[in-house]
Design a protein around this ligand. Sequence first.
Ligand code: KG4
Ligand code: ZN
Length: 358
Amino acid sequence: MKEKITFLGIETSCDETAAAVIRENENGTADILSNVVSSQINEHKEFGGVVPELAARAHLENIDYIINKSLKDSDITLNEIDGIAATAGPGLIVCLTVGLNIGKSIAAFANKPFVGVNHLEGHALSPGLENKIEFPYLLLLISGGHTQYLIVKDVNDYEQLGTTIDDALGEAFDKTAKMLNLGYPGGPNVEKFSKLGDKNYFKLPEPIINKAGCNLSFAGLKTAVLRESKKINEEDQLRYNLAASFQNTINKILYKKTEIAIKDFKDKTQTKKVRLVVAGGVAANISIRENLSSLGKKLNFETIYPNLKFCGDNAAMIAWAGIKRFKKKLTNTLNISARSRWPLDENAPYMKGPGLKF
Ligand code: KG4
Ligand code: ZN
């Protein structure tokens, strides 16, 4: 097989329209030949969250331009590309279909291999764009739709250790921002305003912190933020205190749950050199990074975070996952269709809804 594989990646699973051209280099990491991301912040600002039909329409309007720009920026032609990768799930079907269909059309037209990428695998492998990381590693995947601890054993080989039983962490950040009127997008604003507040001012619940292994829960915390937010009459300092207390509570939860996940990871893999990779949109949060790095110092494991530009949704990570799968001959036919739900560990128990007992 040719040494330096080059892929075009396309991402439209949620509210970012993105395309990128990525080439493997001799260090086993990636040369980013182009990385174009168009965010739909303005489309969804008014509603304080992503509106699927608006998102799909914006993808349709932008996708041709974004793909053309990524090819132009990369300075290479479609002919020089070894394959096309597009996100096939999980996510909003109306959104996924836009990128998936155009990816398949380009692959058919240019007669190139096609890979339908699991968006979560894109996040899981994203640190590899810049750092050569040996398998296995422990992954904390924290995004707008997912919150999971997974053992990454290899490309296409994942074991889930824990997950949220209700809200995703990014969702908890976004809802907190909405309740505190901190603006959209929520996560970065909670982080920004929490710096102005007293993190010990509000005592907030830490759901299932002492049970359920490294599974997580944020619904009770969200309800407590709602209750407190109604009492503070829009007073700025109290809003900042509540944002800071929320961020602090999240840090305490992640500290404890990561400690458990590290132990599980060690027991299951018997790995001497333990690495924790934190990926997904919420991994951009500096306070969470500092918190987990301090746990890493205490327990003697390495912490690895993708560059900020590869934390949020992007197509570089999709092209990269495409290259990795292509090299393992995990390509897809053009019959592949979009999937709204697509766990990385298909054997993991479904952890939502009534009837869960710990
Ligand atoms: O990975 P991502 O871009 O999209 C999904 O796959 O869901 O993650 C988006 C999530 C949003 O909930 C956003 O508010 C959150 O990541 N986020 C943050 C920060 N930056 C983005 N949450 C906390 N602090 C941040 N700095
Ligand atoms: Zn994502």
